[in-house]
Design a protein around this ligand. Structure first.
Ligand SMILES: [Zn+2]
Length: 382
């Protein structure tokens, strides 16, 4: 549990590195002006309030939602573990909730901006925490800083990716200074895909997504077509999807793209309540746009390999993410570049081998794609 090479606090950092790469969709509609991050709320449907918690980074806020729940409230996500967020929760509870208590907390996933105050809200408001199993244990895992020195297998993950020891140390020493590490909530109630949760008069279905985090919970109300989307569907930035050193052979983009397809089955006129940026309509258009974004990245990597010949993940990452602003961005960009390379490798479009200098190199296979099974490629060239 203590071997935590990556931190959820890094998620906003990667998003910070990337907005210029992404464009707002012409097909999305934003029916509400967002609330200011000072305790203001916007009612997006009867009994559903939208508030914002500030974050001290370029992605400067997270959306939280408050759902009237009989003689109390259920809240969704928490904000970072910072005094300013705690003060805002106090203010919202005192002025916006009709004098009724917060009884339940749903955390969509384990990242610090979503669950950083889970333990505090449980204690302060005597609220029950609802999460998926995977996210609850990731949250416990993230509570400890990365071990120092880094485990040898984690070190070798980045060495094989093409970085040197100094760069790796630089990334992780920055992560160890993370100021947002949350206290651990000591119990929770488990949400599973397909579960139904009654909140006030509404029924919500749990829809689990994968790829950005292991078992991310979205809540969907079919009768009014409202989706509490977390980071699973953001309107103008892409959520980071990373290969991490504790699962070096993972293919999280496969999981992410499949999760997007499951969300695409929901009604087109769904009101999407995301964790960052504006509440929007245009779910199908946004899913298509996110697919297109990743396929542009795949094409960029393939084109680069065609032009340059074999390359390491570190070299390719610099083509894919030329604008990085420090070691945290490097860490996120490495994980995301490897995620794209893993997807290509599992598709049989790229092959990888361990070179004499201890680095993985990637290249286009000489056979036509599909002529050799993906599994055989990885077996043959490791
Ligand atoms: Zn997240």
């Amino acid at each position: 549990m203590a071997e935590s090479p990556t931190s959820p606090a890094a998620a906003p950092a990667a998003e910070r590195a990337r907005p210029e790469r992404l464009r707002a969709s012409a097909d999305l509609a934003y029916p509400f002006e967002p609330p200011t991050p000072d305790g203001a709320v916007v009612e997006v449907a009867p009994g559903i309030l939208w508030a914002r918690m500030p974050m001290p980074m370029a992605l400067d806020h997270i959306n939280v939602y408050l759902l009237r729940d009989g003689d109390g409230w259920t809240v969704v996500d928490t904000g970072l573990n910072l005094p300013a967020s705690r003060e805002l929760w106090e203010q919202i509870a005192a002025t916006r909730l009709d004098g009724l208590p917060i009884r339940r907390l749903v955390c969509t996933h384990s990242h610090h901006d979503h669950a950083g105050l889970a333990a505090w809200i449980m204690e302060r408001f005597d609220a029950e925490l609802f999460m998926s199993y995977g996210e609850y244990f990731m949250l416990r895992h993230y509570a400890a800083p990365p071990p120092d020195p880094l485990p040898a297998l984690h070190q070798s993950f980045y060495l094989r990716a093409g970085q040197d020891a100094e760069q790796i140390e630089h990334m992780f020493s920055s992560l160890r200074r993370n100021a947002f590490a949350p206290p651990v909530p000591q119990s929770y109630r488990r949400l599973r895909d397909g579960d139904r949760l009654t909140i006030g008069a509404r029924q919500w279905q749990v829809v689990v997504g994968e790829g950005h985090s292991p078992e991310h919970v979205c809540l969907y109300n079919a009768s009014e077509r409202i989706l509490l989307a977390g980071d699973q569907l953001l309107p103008r930035i892409t959520s980071n999807v990373l290969v991490m050193p504790f699962e070096p052979e993972g293919n999280p983009l496969q999981l992410w793209l499949a999760s997007l397809d499951r969300l695409n089955a929901l009604a087109e006129d769904t009101l999407v309540l995301p964790s960052h940026q504006g509440v929007f309509r245009g779910l199908h258009a946004r899913v298509q746009e996110l697919h297109a974004h990743h396929h542009q990245q795949f094409d960029l990597l393939l084109r680069t390999l065609d032009e340059r010949g074999p390359a390491t993940a570190w070299e390719l990452m610099q083509i894919q993410f030329p604008k990085r602003r420090g070691p945290m961005d490097d860490l996120m960009a490495m994980g995301e570049a490897i995620a794209h390379l893993s997807w290509l490798r599992h598709q049989g479009l790229v092959r990888r081998w361990l070179d004499d200098d201890g680095r993985h190199r990637f290249e286009r296979p000489r056979q036509a794609p599909g002529a050799v099974a993906t599994h055989d490629l990885s077996e043959t060239h490791e």
